[in-house]
Write a protein that binds this ligand. Structure first.
Ligand SMILES: O=C(CO)COP(=O)(O)O
Length: 125
């Protein structure tokens, strides 16, 4: 699972991860640099592989993992109210998630639904 959040949404994603840590502890997590650092700080029991910060290429690194078939789920809490210098990278990342048909949540409501499904899958496995 890949985890990414824009700055204004990082607190929300950290809270989300804390609340669902028992599900997330069973997942291989990757994240952009700052997002991953914040998650690790709040949830030291989660194993999170951190890539570069988004504006420095982290979104593209995650996109490459998606293209390699190594990501099943992208949770990306986007901030729709701020401009981002690396908007083209963000667009490329979400485009690849659609192209490779992986589950993608861009807000908390959808991410909650994905967690329910992941929990079900973990119970069956
Ligand atoms: O910019 C981002 C997503 O586009 C996130 O990157 P950081 O997690 O490094 O802030």
């Amino acid at each position: 699972m890949a985890l990414v959040a824009h700055d204004a949404k990082k607190d929300d994603l950290v809270t989300f991860c804390s609340q669902h840590r028992r599900v997330l502890v069973g997942c291989d997590l990757i994240a952009t640099g700052t997002t991953g650092g914040r998650i690790k700080e709040a949830c030291p029991d989660l194993s999170v592989t951190r890539f570069k910060s988004g504006p420095l290429g982290g979104d593209q690194q995650i996109g490459a993992r998606i293209a390699d078939g190594k990501v099943d789920v992208l949770i990306f809490f986007i901030d729709p109210l701020s401009p981002h210098p690396h908007d083209v990278d963000v667009k490329a990342l979400t485009r690849l998630a659609v192209l490779y048909d992986i589950a993608m949540a861009l807000n908390r409501a959808t991410a909650e639904l994905l967690i329910v499904q992941i929990l079900k899958n973990q119970r069956v496995a």
